[in-house]
Write a protein that binds this ligand. Structure first.
Ligand SMILES: [Zn+2]
Length: 284
């Protein structure tokens, strides 16, 4: 009974944080504050009441429409709220009510925000990465006193990892630029890899870049470009992709953060096992 109540509690906290994540995703790319002003309907300016701001439930009760102008509200809101709620629930189910579960949940939430913002706007706001860096570094010290850092890097490894992550992705971007003769990667990817390196340490930071470099071309060339070229180019982000698909995509920076962020979570949770497996089969 206690466990069920705890689960509901964690799920509700996750949903509320998902609701705040929606605000960050919507406002940071515009350079707006996430504290003020209060949320309004983007179509008619109707100020959203507290009763209309309950994560997941309000969107369902309003049937996805503004109570004032009846224009549709993006389904991104309840989906992000649900995803973050499930992330938090999964972290606590897997790791118990521990400080580590809290760290994993927050880190995964930041990565999700980065992924969505990079996919929609081709940028990674400093709000996510600055918060992420300080959160990861500060909690790495706290974790020492609370019974262990795993699966996160310990403080010294976190600092080295931060530098290795940022340095390695800079080298990849530099060589990509020489090869493609145009800017290949945004600075956001460098800031993201600083955060990731601080979370997972130097070795798994390199693994993160490797995993992302393997999945990015498969997803882009195999799924995204063919789909967007086939006329699914409805909103702005999709149109960009369709332009790229029609031969011009080499002119644009890759939203590499979309792939680095989930790769970082894989490296955090499964990186040690992947590296051990690789060393075994390669005989290194
Ligand atoms: Zn409205």
């Amino acid at each position: 009974m206690i466990e069920i109540l705890e689960g509901i509690y964690v799920f509700a906290i996750g949903a509320a944080i998902g609701s705040f994540l929606n605000v960050c995703i919507g406002r940071w790319p515009e350079g707006m504050s996430v504290v003020r002003p209060r949320s309004r309907c983007p179509k008619c300016g109707h100020q959203i009441k507290a009763s209309e701001n309950i994560p997941i439930l309000s969107w369902l009760m309003l049937r996805g429409r503004c109570s004032n102008c009846h224009q549709p509200i993006s389904i991104q809101y309840p989906i992000v709220e649900l995803l973050v709620a499930l992330l938090w629930l999964a972290a606590f189910l897997q790791l118990g009510m521990t400080f580590t579960a809290f760290r994993v949940a927050v880190f995964a939430t930041v990565l999700l925000g980065i992924s969505i913002t990079d996919a929609k706007h081709f940028l990674i706001p400093d709000g996510f990465t600055v918060f992420g860096l300080f959160f990861v570094l500060l909690t790495s010290f706290v974790a020492l006193y609370l019974g262990g850092s795993e699966p996160f890097a310990r403080p010294w490894d976190a600092i080295i990892g931060m530098c290795v992550g940022a340095g390695a992705i800079s080298i990849v971007g530099w060589l990509g630029e020489v090869w493609l003769k145009r800017p290949a990667m945004g600075f956001g990817d460098v800031t993201l890899m600083a955060v990731v390196g601080a979370a997972v340490g130097p070795t798994r930071a390199l693994l993160t870049i490797f995993i992302a470099a393997v999945i990015a071309p498969i997803v882009l060339l195999g799924i995204v470009y063919p789909l967007s070229a086939r006329g699914l180019a409805d909103d702005k982000g999709q149109t960009e992709l369709a332009l790229e698909a029609s031969g011009g995509w080499r002119k644009r920076e890759l939203p590499f953060g979309v792939f680095l962020a989930p790769a970082a979570l894989v490296a955090l949770l499964g990186g040690e096992a992947i590296i051990a497996w690789y060393l075994r089969i390669s005989g290194l």
